[in-house]
Design a binder for this molecule. Structure first.
Ligand code: SF4
Ligand code: SF4
Length: 374
């Protein structure tokens, strides 16, 4: 398992970030424990879609710059990569500040394309998962994740960040395949994480996101950088530190079903400037409780699961929501959206990809009632 380190870091001042990232590596035996001379190192950022840095959707460039510098100084060759959900890679990476870093250091920054089969572990739920060949061809993967809430999966941190290793529209295909089941999707995330096995994870929790994450929420100054070899323990510890319930966290429930030891040990692994009893105040988390309260009956699950609704006055008519919908449950016409809620699998990809927060996630009456009494 291994420890989880939390370092206090209140802002993105480059000097402060550099010393925090260095401290993170040193705490785990030094960067040479992870990077050897000549290694080609994937810096797997969070570039879910194209957003200005101030929206706090993507991994902050100061953290990516720091990691790139450390890898170069250790004799490795870093490259920055991800697979955005919908936007062209270059434009999104430019907005997020990653292309500038690539130019500064003369390194590559490109999309994770070219799917190949990921070798999966014995206990995997899904036997055939395809990830970008760049992930498998890299000698090391450094996972540069972002701390955010996630309307469908409750939270996105170290483990969920690896879903971006699945190239382009194959991601939407997975949403469609697992349908309404968050636990199945969480199980897929586990398989990807355990298959890719990043060497080291650094979590950007300096300013993360709460409320309607991962793209439409509000920034929240958590003031931390997380570091670990095993991101499962870190994600579970943070769930509680954010005021969440582990039973509401699909990733935890999927791990528990597999009897993964991190489900029991995570709290004792936390070290650094804050311990596992720390609770960040007033964090607003999504409501995912339908999953644990109901048997898998699609009709009931639909009634009990929050649904996407349109806010027409904010809509700019770009059509991205309809384009990304994996279930073909959404039609867009003259700045009006028509949802087919019978087909909708509540993946919230439309909500995630809307550039102007014109889709919100709304609880059903039944779900509100259950949340009140549970
Ligand atoms: S309408 Fe939105 S939430 Fe429903 S399936 Fe399509 S993208 Fe997912
Ligand atoms: S709801 Fe958002 S994504 Fe959909 S058309 Fe309007 S602005 Fe575009």
């Amino acid at each position: 398992m291994g420890k989880v380190l939390f370092i206090r870091q209140e802002n993105y001042d480059q000097e402060g970030i550099d010393s925090a990232i260095l401290r993170a590596f040193e705490n785990f035996g030094g960067v040479r424990n992870f990077i050897s001379k000549g290694d080609r190192v994937l810096l797997k950022v969070n570039l879910v879609s194209g957003h200005d840095v101030e929206r706090r959707v993507t991994t902050d460039p100061s953290i990516v710059r720091s990691a790139a510098k450390i890898v170069i100084e250790s004799g490795g060759t870093p490259f920055i990569a991800d697979s955005p959900g919908i936007d062209g890679f270059k434009g999104a990476a430019e907005k997020a500040g990653f292309m500038n870093i690539a130019r500064e250091f003369g390194i590559e920054c490109h999309e994770l394309t070219d799917p190949v089969d990921l070798p999966v572990n014995d206990g995997a739920d899904f036997r055939r998962i395809q990830v970008s060949r760049y992930v498998l061809e890299a000698d090391k993967v450094i996972n540069l994740a972002k701390l955010k809430t996630h309307a469908q999966m409750y939270l996105t941190m170290g483990v969920k960040n690896l879903f971006g290793c699945v190239p382009g529209r194959l991601k939407a295909g997975w949403h469609y395949n697992v349908g309404l089941s968050r636990e199945k999707f969480a199980s897929l995330l586990l398989d990807i994480y355990l298959g890719v096995r990043p060497s080291f994870t650094i979590l950007d929790g300096v300013i993360g996101m709460h409320k309607e994450g991962p793209t439409s929420g509000d920034p929240y100054n958590f003031g931390i950088i997380g570091a670990c070899v095993d991101a499962l323990s870190m994600d579970f510890a943070l769930c509680r530190m954010l005021g969440g319930k582990l039973e509401d966290y699909p990733l935890y429930m999927a791990a528990k079903k597999r009897n993964l030891p991190q489900c029991e040990s995570f709290a004792s692994e936390v070290e650094g400037d804050i311990d596992s009893s720390h609770v960040f105040p007033n964090v607003e988390l999504p409501k995912t409780r339908s999953m644990r309260l109901l048997p898998h009956v699609p009709f009931l699950e639909r009634l009990m699961t929050s649904k996407p609704v349109h806010i027409p006055e904010k809509c700019i008519g770009c059509g991205r929501c309809a384009e990304i919908c994996p279930a073909d449950a959404l039609r867009h016409e003259n700045r009006r959206l028509y949802f087919d809620y019978g087909k909708c699998i509540r993946c919230y990809c439309c909500h995630e990809m809307c550039p102007v927060k014109a889709i919100k996630v709304k609880d059903s009456l039944l779900l509100k009632l259950v949340n009140m009494i549970s």
